[in-house]
Design a protein around this ligand. Structure first.
Ligand code: ZN
Length: 160
């Protein structure tokens, strides 16, 4: 049986993600393939759409526009915080990444955009927001998800 990628399927992929200049941003090739539940928003929507109907062994080059990737970068998502709000020993450099807890308790990754005098400008945009994503994907496996996986919205392949 060679099932096609579609909603309710757990898909195993190897991928390489490049920016529009061709620089590798992320790749599974040096480690394990990525396992995701199709149709559950585990991966960016543009890639999910492009992989629908694919079968094991297929290799695809997929370009995903920002709006179907990590969204457009919003200038109003950059906020100023006083330097004193950060641990003194923390050396704040543009591009530095750390975790912050939103009001709803969700943990998000934020970035130091710049340091302007006593203010630290924090960028709440996803680091890949506004970027066209260039994926190279190889389908390594496709199987039907269990009821539990569908209920949880993620695969239970290796660990929870
Ligand atoms: Zn689970």
């Amino acid at each position: 049986m060679n099932s096609a990628v579609g909603p309710g399927m757990v898909v195993l992929i190897h991928y390489t993600l490049r920016d529009p200049q061709g620089e590798v941003i992320d790749s599974s090739m040096q480690s394990h393939p990525l396992e995701y539940l199709h149709g559950a928003g585990n991966i960016v929507v543009g890639l999910e759409k492009a992989l629908t109907g694919s079968k094991v062994g297929e290799r695809k080059r997929v370009k995903v526009a920002a709006k179907e990737g990590y969204g457009e970068a919003r200038p109003d998502a950059i906020h100023a915080f006083p330097r004193g709000a950060f641990p003194q020993e923390m050396e704040l450099q543009p591009g530095m990444q750390f975790s912050a807890e939103a009001e709803n308790g969700q943990v998000m990754t934020v970035w130091v955009h710049s340091v302007e005098g006593e203010n630290v400008m924090i960028d709440f945009n996803h680091p890949l927001a506004g970027m066209e994503l260039d994926f190279e994907v190889q389908i390594e496996g496709v199987r039907a998800a269990s009821q539990e996986e569908i209920a949880h919205g993620h695969p239970h392949g290796h660990h929870h």
